[in-house]
Design a protein around this ligand. Structure first.
Ligand SMILES: Cc1cc2nc3c(=O)[nH]c(=O)nc-3n(C[C@H](O)[C@H](O)[C@H](O)COP(=O)(O)OP(=O)(O)OC[C@H]3O[C@@H](n4cnc5c(N)ncnc54)[C@H](O)[C@@H]3O)c2cc1C
Length: 372
């Protein structure tokens, strides 16, 4: 239980209230605390137990499946990552080790980013790799186990004197030009600023009508010999992420299935079958864990970062498949916006205003996604 202060009165005040205790809400909260603001993060359930827990942990800035419009923010986030992780590790006194340093990415023959890999070199890293139509490139790309961050990030936030109220859903927000009043199941909070960081749930309340929809992912971890795979292997159909200790996380489905949290055996079997075409031992490997998570999807696969329709309210959500990668840059540019500073990067492409209200609501019902 991360709650830090027992609330004696029913009214609390804070500079900023953030709804959603995932990587986006807590990373932004940490950034704002370090700029001297008081911050309350309200989490409906338990912090870092939704998409941020379910993720693979790849910092996949150059994944060819990403929208090109995402690259500048992705590269900015990569540049901020070492300092971000150091800060979290130092404040929490918890390890968050980098588990892999490079990704063997299968691409179409015309793809030009990354360093080409000869088939013989690729086989040194992934023995048994079959000859395929596509070519492989090396991407200099780190990964870590999000479960490490799930332990460390809430502790870092608390160490900076943030207030994290778990089991405390936001029920509504009243906004005026001078303040916001946030209603929760437990108490009312008066603040200068409210930020909607509710991941896949961010579109379900009536301040802005942003088109965020859950995009379900199912993943599985298997046990392989620790040295069997020494880099991330990613193809358009699956990825395998070794944790360095014999665990290999394999994913992921991309499904429009609402908030169905069930693991479906036939999907897990299909992922494993595809992975076994590249890593034959996967077929008979012990399964350690399988799970689901809900990516916050948007109609154009880009995050929604910026001012909401209502005064003093902001959105930082819709990070779809890249919220782990994008957390440090999101925290930084959102803090800059909230402080009225010019953000490090132009953010127009991520503006909530790119979805006019009616269009946004229409898009909610017609959003479609292609499989990796
Ligand atoms: C299978 C899978 C694999 C992925 N792999 C990667 C990867 O390798 N690399 C990468 O960069 N990204 C990856 N992602 C994407 C990444 O996990 C997400 O983009 C990121 O975690 C989103 O973070 P978030 O904080 O916005 O959402 P979340 O982590 O979902 O947090 C949102 C929080 O808001 C809370 N909430 C909702 N409603 C309310 C309310 N009314 N009041 C209070 N709290 C509320 C929820 O309980 C939740 O804890 C993956 C996602 C999935 C599902």
């Amino acid at each position: 239980m991360h709650e830090q202060t027992a609330c004696m009165s029913r009214l609390r005040t804070s500079d900023v209230v953030i709804a959603g205790g995932g990587i986006i809400g807590l990373s932004l909260g940490l950034e704002l605390l370090q700029r001297g603001l008081s911050v309350v993060v309200l989490e409906r359930d338990q912090a870092m137990q939704s998409a941020s827990w379910a993720a693979g942990g790849m910092l996949a800035a150059r994944d060819p499946e990403n929208s090109p419009a995402l690259l500048p923010l992705s590269l900015h986030s990569l540049a901020l990552y070492p300092a971000y992780l150091d800060r979290v590790r130092t404040l929490s006194d918890q390890p968050v080790p980098i588990r892999t340093r490079r990704t063997l990415q299968q691409v179409r023959p015309s793809y030009s980013a990354g360093a080409d890999v000869t088939f013989d070199d690729a086989k040194k890293w992934v023995p048994g790799l079959p000859e395929t139509d596509g070519k492989f490139v090396w991407l200099e790309e780190d990964s870590f186990d999000p479960r490490d961050l799930c332990r460390a990030l809430p502790m870092a936030f608390l160490a900076e004197k943030g207030i994290l109220l778990e089991k405390t859903p936001v029920l509504g927000v009243e906004c005026s030009s001078s303040a916001v009043v946030v209603e929760t199941t437990r108490e009312q909070i008066h603040a200068a600023t409210f930020v909607n960081c509710r991941g896949a749930w961010a579109g379900d309340m009536h301040f802005g009508g942003i088109p965020v929809e859950p995009v379900k992912g199912q993943m599985v971890t298997v046990a392989l010999a620790a040295e069997r795979l020494r880099c991330v292997l990613r193809t358009p159909k699956f990825y395998a992420i070794p944790r360095g200790d014999g665990r290999v996380a394999i994913g992921a489905t991309i499904e429009q299935a609402g908030f169905d949290a069930n693991v479906h055996e036939q999907y897990i079997a299909a992922i494993l079958h595809t992975a076994a075409e590249f890593i034959p031992e996967v077929e008979h490997a012990s399964r350690l864990e399988s799970w689901t998570g809900f990516r916050p999807g948007t109609p154009d696969d880009l995050p929604i970062l910026g001012a909401a329709d209502a005064s003093n309210c902001w959105h930082a959500t819709g990070h779809y498949r890249n919220g782990i990668l994008l957390a440090p840059a999101t925290a930084r540019v959102m803090a800059q916006l909230i402080f009225g500073e010019t953000p490090d990067l132009p953010l127009k492409v991520f503006s909530p205003a790119r979805f006019p209200l009616k269009t946004a609501l229409d898009a909610c019902s017609s959003v479609s996604y292609s499989a990796r």
